[in-house]
Ligand binder design. Structure first.
Ligand SMILES: C[S@@+](CC[C@H](N)C(=O)[O-])C[C@H]1O[C@@H](n2cnc3c(N)ncnc32)[C@H](O)[C@@H]1O
Length: 246
């Protein structure tokens, strides 16, 4: 919980790291607690992929002021995780310096911090030595189901989350045994995933969502998606309609 003013002074002796979920895109899906963590921050940190604008920052930009120090964490987009891990090492060192000087550092994370969120890489590095609090956010998993206007799962349905970069054999085995699935990180993998879903006769059970909750949101049948234009912030939801209402 974000502390009130009376406890605040002692907090400042050691500093606090907040990892906050800022939701899937619509700024109104920011929680009150996350907003308080932004307002309480001396430093606002956020990941940026290869110096592209930060999506997480854009969601909360109305609340970032000149009083905040902004700390972008530049990450390479490579299949090899090692360079990104080095970037997190360096960022954690910088954040640790600010925490030791008593500052409050708030790290922005798109969606929820612990659902495939980048914050976990700072959490594992900093939690052993520092006060860390995590604020859950509205995840894209939840918002995409709302975008397609179809319940995600019901009763005893088994829901499986599948990262698209996994090999087809792994995806196929999971798709065959689950009732419903969310396929995330589809981007450049879209055409391969669409072909696999077609082969498994699941294409008609799927909907594609891009930029859920933003004004630019699109919901499409897989056949209508231009594979060359699939953005990173997109997902396929599959439901065999086991127990979820149709
Ligand atoms: C690294 S995961 C981060 C998930 C995030 N922490 C969350 O809770 O939603 C990134 C993937 O989440 C999905 N995603 C995140 N935001 C989205 C959005 N607004 N619309 C559609 N998919 C989204 C996409 O599949 C994207 O490739």
């Amino acid at each position: 919980m974000v502390r009130d003013q009376t406890v605040w002074w002692s907090d400042r002796m050691t500093g606090t790291l907040y990892g906050i979920g800022v939701g899937p895109g619509d700024p109104e899906l920011l929680t009150l607690k996350a907003l308080r963590c932004i307002e309480a921050a001396d430093v606002i940190a956020y990941p940026v992929l290869e110096n592209a604008p930060s999506f997480a920052r854009s969601i909360v930009e109305d609340y970032i002021t000149d009083a905040h120090e902004e700390f972008p964490i530049s990450l390479p987009m490579l299949v090899d995780p090692a360079p990104a891990q080095k970037a997190y090492d360096a960022a954690a060192d910088e954040i640790a310096k600010r925490l030791k000087s008593g500052q409050v550092v708030t790290v922005l994370c798109e969606g929820d911090p612990f659902f495939y969120g980048s914050f976990q890489f700072l959490f594992t590095r900093l939690a052993p030595q520092h006060r860390v609090e995590i604020v859950p956010g509205v995840s894209s998993l939840m918002s995409c189901a709302v975008s397609v206007e179809t319940p995600l799962s019901a009763r005893n349905d088994i829901l499986t989350v599948l990262p698209a970069p996994l090999p087809n054999a792994v995806l196929q085995a999971r798709l065959e045994t689950t009732d419903c699935a969310a396929i995330i990180k589809i981007g450049r993998h879209f055409e391969r995933i669409r072909a696999l879903l077609h082969e498994l006769n699941l294409e008609d059970h799927c909907r594609y969502v891009e930029r859920s909750t933003l004004p630019s949101q699109r919901v499409l049948r897989l056949a209508d998606v231009d594979a060359d234009k699939v953005p990173y912030f997109s997902m396929i939801l599959m439901h065999k309609h086991g127990e979820a209402p149709q």
